[in-house]
Design a protein around this ligand. Structure first.
Ligand code: PLP
Length: 401
C-alpha cells in the first residue's frame, strides 16, 4: 500500500465514522414522529371515533392488490428476499419512469433518504435553503449536520420563490423544493424548478420532494435525473398509495449522487412492502381513481370554506390545505379536538393558520361542522392548549410550535 492509498483508506474510515456518529445522533423528523409528539403532549387518548386529518395520511389505505400481494408473500417471510423482490420492483419502477435501475435506491419510506441527502450535501460550510412554510424534516437533518438554514418566504402565489431561494446562499449545499408543498399543497411550476437546476450555486444540488405529486396534474422532474442533472427526487408510497404504515419510498438520482447516501446505510427492505409497492404500480387505475376521490373531497371542503367566508390559503393540489383562521391557530386546534376532530400542526411563520389533511367524505363533513362551531365562538372562548407539542433537533431548534 502506498502512502496515498493508506491516506485514502484512513480518510474513508474517518468519513465512515463521521457518518456513523451523525446517524447515531440524528432523530429522523417526519409526519409520523411529529404526529406522535403531538399525541404524547396531549392529556388523554385519542378516542376511537376521532376524525384523524392531522398527518397527511390516506384513509383509503393500501389497495386491494397491495393487500393481496402482502398476504401472498407473508409465508415467505422466514427468508430475506428469496425471489429478488427488491430488484424486480426497482426494474419495473425504472422502466415506468424512463430511468435505469441504478438511478433508484429503495428505503422504508422517503423520510430516510430525505434525512441522509441533507446530511450528505450540507455541512457548516454548505447550508440548506428551504421555503417557509414547508416540510420541516430537512431542517431537522440540517441541524444535525450543523448546516446553516436559510428560510425563504413563499411567493404571492404561495409557490416556492425560486429566484430568491437560488440566491439565498451562494455556498448552499442543498436547495429543498417540496412539490406540491407540505403544508400548503401549492404547486411550484416545473419551469421554475428547471430554472433552479440551471442557475443554482455551483456544487449544490436540488432535493425535489414529490411525496404528493400524484395528487396534482404537475409533471414530475424525474426526467431530469435521466438527463443527468444535479438533483435527487424523493418519492413515497405513503400518500396516494396509502402505504404510510407499510413503508416504502425512494431516492431517485444519478448513481454518483446516490452513492453519497450510502455511508448512512440502507437496510434491506421488508418483502411485504416491496410486493405491495409493486402491485400498486401495476394497477394503472389506482392513481387516477384516488386522485379523483381525494381531490373531490378537498374541493368540496375548500368551496364550502370560501362560500362560508373562511380563508383557505392559496390553491392546494394535494391531500392537505391551510386555512387562515384569523386567530391563534392553537386555540382552533384545541377547539376542534374537543369535538374529536384532529387536524395538523402550526408553522411558526403563520401562527394563525391551520393545516387540514383531506380525509374521507365523512371525515370532511364532520370537520366542516366542527370548524363552523369553533369559528362561531368568540376567539377568546378557548383557553390556550394544555401543552404545546415540541420537537427539538440538535442545537435546540424547534420544529413544531
Ligand atoms: N416528504 C414530505 C413532503 C412529507 O410530507 C412526508 C410525510 O408526510 C415525507 C416526505 C415522508 O414520508 P414517508 O417517510 O412516509 O415516505
Amino acid at each position: 500500500m502506498t502512502d496515498t492509498d493508506e491516506r485514502k483508506a484512513v480518510m474513508g474510515r474517518r468519513s465512515f465514522m463521521w457518518a456513523t456518529a451523525l446517524m447515531a445522533a440524528a432523530p429522523i423528523v417526519s409526519e409520523a414522529t411529529m404526529a406522535r409528539a403531538a399525541r404524547a403532549s396531549r392529556l388523554g387518548d385519542v378516542p376511537p371515533d376521532a376524525v384523524l386529518i392531522n398527518a397527511n395520511e390516506n384513509p383509503l389505505g393500501p389497495s386491494k392488490a397491495a393487500c393481496d400481494a402482502i398476504a401472498e408473500i407473508a409465508p415467505m417471510g422466514g427468508r430475506y428476499d428469496r425471489f429478488d423482490e427488491n430488484d424486480k420492483f426497482v426494474e419495473k419502477y425504472a422502466e415506468l419512469h424512463g430511468l435505469k435501475p441504478e438511478n433508484i435506491a429503495v428505503y422504508a419510506g422517503s423520510s430516510e433518504p430525505l434525512h441522509y441527502t441533507v446530511l450528505a450535501f450540507t455541512s457548516p460550510a454548505h447550508g440548506l435553503v428551504i421555503a417557509d412554510p414547508s416540510y420541516e424534516s430537512p431542517m431537522a437533518a440540517a441541524a444535525v449536520a450543523g448546516a446553516p438554514i436559510r428560510k425563504v418566504a413563499l411567493n404571492g402565489d404561495f409557490a416556492h420563490d425560486i429566484k430568491a431561494m437560488v440566491t439565498a446562499d451562494p455556498a448552499a449545499g442543498l436547495i429543498y423544493i417540496c412539490n406540491p408543498n407540505n403544508p400548503t399543497g401549492t404547486i411550484t411550476p416545473r419551469e421554475d424548478i428547471l430554472w433552479a437546476l440551471a442557475n443554482k450555486p455551483a456544487g449544490s444540488i436540488l432535493m425535489v420532494d414529490e411525496a404528493y405529486i400524484h395528487l396534482s396534474d404537475e409533471q414530475s422532474v424525474v426526467d431530469q435525473v435521466a438527463a443527468g442533472k444535479d438533483l435527487i427526487v424523493l418519492r413515497t408510497f405513503s400518500k396516494v398509495y396509502g402505504m404510510a404504515g407499510i413503508r416504502c419510498g425512494m431516492a431517485i438520482g444519478r448513481p454518483d449522487l446516490l452513492a453519497k447516501l450510502q455511508p448512512y446505510l440502507q437496510n434491506s427492505m421488508p418483502i411485504t412492502a416491496l410486493v405491495a409497492a409493486h402491485a400498486s404500480i401495476d394497477d394503472v387505475d389506482l392513481v387516477p381513481k384516488r386522485k379523483g376521490i381525494i381531490g373531490g373531497n378537498r374541493l368540496e371542503t375548500i368551496s364550502w370554506l370560501r362560500s362560508s367566508g373562511y380563508k383557505p390559503i392559496g390553491v392546494s393540489h394535494s391531500n392537505c390545505f391551510m386555512i387562515d383562521t384569523g386567530r391563534d391557530a392553537h386555540s382552533v386546534i384545541a377547539g376542534l379536538r374537543e369535538q374529536k376532530v384532529y387536524i395538523g400542526r402550526v408553522w411558526p411563520v403563520w401562527p394563525k393558520a391551520v393545516r387540514v389533511s383531506v380525509g374521507t367524505a365523512d371525515d370532511m363533513a364532520k370537520f366542516r361542522v366542527a370548524f363552523k362551531s369553533v369559528m362561531d365562538k368568540p376567539a377568546l372562548a378557548f383557553a390556550k392548549p394544555l401543552a404545546r407539542p415540541e420537537l427539538r433537533g440538535m442545537g435546540g431548534t424547534t420544529f413544531l410550535s
